[in-house]
Write a protein that binds this ligand. Structure first.
Ligand SMILES: C[S@@+](CC[C@H](N)C(=O)[O-])C[C@H]1O[C@@H](n2cnc3c(N)ncnc32)[C@H](O)[C@@H]1O
Length: 292
């Protein structure tokens, strides 16, 4: 998380979660989002949910669980729960070696293939986009590769996240210097408008992206997404257990057009998760390809 978006997390926790309350909340969070919190991360539930309990004037994690299940405002509270329970760490040009492969190999080949077949229409999906740095980076790379040819293409980057709060920050497109720590200077000069200490992304990047909420654990919701040539889902499935990873990766496979590909985070792997993709080994990254 490195836009001007600020998630206020209380690290001082004076409320303690019992084992029973932890299991109830952990299972509820898993059912609602696919996010799995292991027993050794119980402290996470305590530190991240304490403020919610205080704000609602509740007395315990047990009361909070009942609020989430049965209160008239449970839908609004669920959105707040997603906001505090997700980890939104991101930055522009995250994982440069992978993006180099995308810019120099994957994207040019994909564009050529599309041109050979018919209309110049490209669809990219950034699933778990957090505060927007990833889809905006992809938009910059598209500009870098297509240059003056870009207006002749019909391009849409669909950027989704579970947390409405990060999507709001993403739509605003205003960042601080820290978000740009791995971004080349010439790219910053080209694609941002600097205002005092803030950096605003240029409208020509915003025009390529549609931000919308999604819950990756909801199969039907994923089915409704337009089919993609390329999917970026980086540093997201790391928060799921194997069962949920399998379900989400299967949905991505179904969503991809024949010959399309998927990129995941550098610490993530499809080992024991999926055999349907064909892994392509490049220097700095593995690209997972759906058969043409
Ligand atoms: C660590 S960030 C990764 C951001 C970006 N992809 C990157 O690599 O920099 C993980 C994002 O996944 C989102 N996320 C977690 N579970 C999700 C779910 N079930 N559905 C949609 N997004 C989810 C979180 O809200 C968070 O913003």
């Amino acid at each position: 998380m490195s836009s001007l978006f600020n998630k206020s997390l209380s690290l001082s926790k004076d409320l303690t979660v019992t084992d029973e309350e932890f299991v109830q909340l952990r299972d509820f969070i898993y059912q609602q989002s696919g996010i799995f919190i292991a027993a050794n991360r119980k402290y996470l539930v305590e530190s991240r949910l304490s403020n919610r309990i205080k704000d609602l004037n509740l007395k315990s994690f047990g009361e909070y669980y009942y609020f989430l299940r049965f209160d008239a405002n449970c839908k609004e509270e669920l959105a707040k729960l997603f906001e505090v329970i997700t980890t939104n760490e991101t930055s522009f040009y995250r994982n440069p070696p992978q993006l180099k492969v995308f810019q120099e190999k994957i994207l040019p080949v994909t564009l050529d293939e599309i041109k050979k077949k018919g209309p110049k229409k490209l669809r990219i999906w950034s699933a778990g986009c957090s505060t927007g740095e990833e889809p905006y980076t992809l938009a910059m790379i598209l500009h870098e590769v297509l240059k003056t040819e870009l207006p002749t293409w019909d391009i849409k980057i669909t950027a989704n996240d579970l947390s409405e709060a990060v999507l709001k920050a993403a739509r605003m497109g205003r960042y601080n210097e820290y978000a740009l720590r791995t971004t080349p200077k010439e790219i910053i000069d080209k694609y941002f408008i600097k205002k005092d200490q803030a950096y605003d992304v240029q409208p020509k990047l915003k025009n390529l992206i549609t931000f919308a909420p999604i819950n990756l654990s909801d199969r039907l919701m994923l089915k409704r997404n337009e089919r993609s040539h390329i999917i970026f889902c980086r540093n997201v499935i790391i928060y799921f257990d194997d069962e949920m990873k399998k379900q989400v990766i299967e949905s991505f496979y179904d969503n991809l057009l024949p010959g399309g590909c998927m990129l995941i985070g550098h610490s993530e792997s499809l080992h024991n998760i999926s055999r349907t993709f064909k892994p392509e080994h490049h220097v700095g990254t593995i690209v997972y390809r759906k058969q043409a």
